[in-house]
Design a protein around this ligand. Structure first.
Ligand code: EPZ
Length: 429
């Protein structure tokens, strides 16, 4: 299992290219299932979850090839087996995003329940409820969701039907499943309590390029008028706001001056506000976002309390990374995780690096210390592993981060990008 060896104490300087968003590329690869025509996705990040999703759709009889320019060409004309098997789904819960498109295009789907993951139980009950409202019959058997169009008066429906869906909570992939299913459904679908993330907007814009009729994406109420067929398209995956936010926190923590090429400051409002309150200098530049921090966080930055909430609030996917900043900034802060029930697993590892953090239910209380000290630590989930890398960049001595396959799931060449900014970091096989 690969590890990262990080020698702390270096400031970060230079330019880094932000890759396409993992959480946009994954639903958009599933959106390709909605048409028999070829689709080209540009700016697809090269990471493990994308490889898993390509394996999943190829397994269905879909062709998907990388171009040399970082694009992926998908042709679902040959889609023959609408299945998402457990051995793939258990490694990536985003596989549930195949459910909506397969039902809409093929009229049936057999998708393994994702099971829980490190950060929480992560049920898909809302996905099931919404698709049932659209005329799907879904039974759960032997760990699989067996979905098909419902029978009406003895005959099986030929299409999903538009519905008015209000989810019990905001769900990102739930909203995405409904968007894709509704695009080909008969009639109008209204999604209330819809997720508003930039990745939702990017998916909707891709679907519109394919001929879908969608309004209100980016707000909490989305209207979709179903169409008979969707065409192929060429779509550029939006830049990854969480990768950009991770680099912003890394520079704020170590000190330095970095330009994030293609970074979208308009997608990181809540995070940038907290970084500015802490004392980092963040500016929008032609290439993207520039972040400057005078030096090691403890001398210059003030810890910031925050609560994670749905977009446009502070993203849960940035909680672990910002916590490292608080761990070495001046003062005491409170971090409240409201989205997932078990997303503090990085805390014990940060404590091993010398952080002073106490957990009380959904709240972590962090007392800033002058200096972290290197240790061997273990990654437990994707964003926790990113926080341990940032901690290693500032800890005194040589930190080893184990199990970085978690990092490889969601970051495109993280250590190479950090090396390019002057970090002393290498991958140990
Ligand atoms: C997406 O997960 C992201 N993944 C996650 O990013 C992100 O943390 C999360 O949204 C929240 O922003 C992708 O987009 C591939 P949810 P998702 O459905 O859609 C509960 C990362 O690090 N819920 O918005 O699975 C759920 O348990 C990953 O890149 C139900 O109870 O999250 C959670 O408490 C981690 N029933 C809350 O809603 C459901 O049917 C929000 O979950 C669906 C969700």
């Amino acid at each position: 299992m690969d590890k990262l060896l990080i020698r702390g104490g270096r400031q970060l300087r230079g330019e880094v290219r932000i890759s396409g968003a993992k959480n946009a590329a994954l639903p958009e690869l599933c959106a390709c299932l909605l048409t028999a025509q070829p689709v080209t996705l540009a700016n697809v990040p090269r990471l493990q979850d994308v490889s898993t999703m390509l394996k999943l759709i190829r397994n269905m009889g879909v062709s998907a090839e990388w171009g040399e320019d970082g694009s992926v060409r998908v042709n679902a004309g040959g889609l023959s087996s609408p299945e998402a098997p457990y051995e793939l789904v258990k490694t990536m819960r985003a596989s549930v995003l195949a459910l909506g498109p397969l039902l809409a295009r093929f009229g049936e789907a057999t998708v393994s329940l994702p099971g829980g993951c490190a950060i929480g139980s992560r049920p898909v009950d809302q996905h099931i409820k919404g698709l049932q409202a659209m005329g799907a019959e879904i039974v759960v058997e032997h760990g699989y969701m067996l979905a098909k169009l419902a029978m009406v008066n003895g005959t099986r429906r030929s299409r999903l039907q538009g519905a008015h869906i209000t989810t019990d909570m905001v769900t990102v992939t739930g909203t995405e499943n409904f968007l894709m299913a509704a695009a080909l459904a008969q009639g109008e679908t209204i999604l209330e309590n819809a997720a508003q993330e930039p990745e939702i907007i990017d998916l909707a814009e891709m679907l519109i390029q394919m001929g879908a009729k969608i309004e209100g994406h980016g707000s909490s109420c989305i209207h979709i008028q179903g169409v008979e067929q969707l065409q192929g398209c060429s779509h550029q995956v939006v830049a990854d706001r969480i990768e950009a936010g991770t680099f912003l926190c890394a520079v704020a923590a170590t000190g330095g001056d970095v330009v994030l090429q293609h970074g979208r400051a308009d997608h990181l409002g809540a995070v940038i506000e907290k970084l500015r309150d802490a004392g980092a200098i963040i500016s929008t530049v032609t290439e993207g976002i520039r972040v400057q921090s005078p030096g090691p966080a403890h001398q210059y930055l003030k810890a910031q309390s925050f609560r994670t909430t749905e977009y446009p609030g502070f993203p849960t996917d940035m909680q672990a990374q910002f916590m490292v900043l608080n761990a070495i900034a001046q003062g005491t802060s409170r971090v409240t995780e409201t989205i997932f029930e078990n997303r503090f697993m990085h805390v014990n590892e940060l404590v091993r690096l010398g952080a002073h953090i106490q957990i009380d239910g959904k709240v972590a209380v962090i007392e800033g210390v002058e200096q972290l000290s290197a240790a061997t630590v273990m990654a437990t989930d994707l964003r926790a592993s990113a926080s341990l890398v940032i901690a290693g960049l500032v800890a005194e001595g040589d930190t080893v981060v184990e199990r970085i396959y978690h990092l490889d799931r969601g970051y495109d060449q993280m250590e190479t990008k950090l090396q390019g900014l002057g970090a002393d970091i290498e991958r140990l096989k």
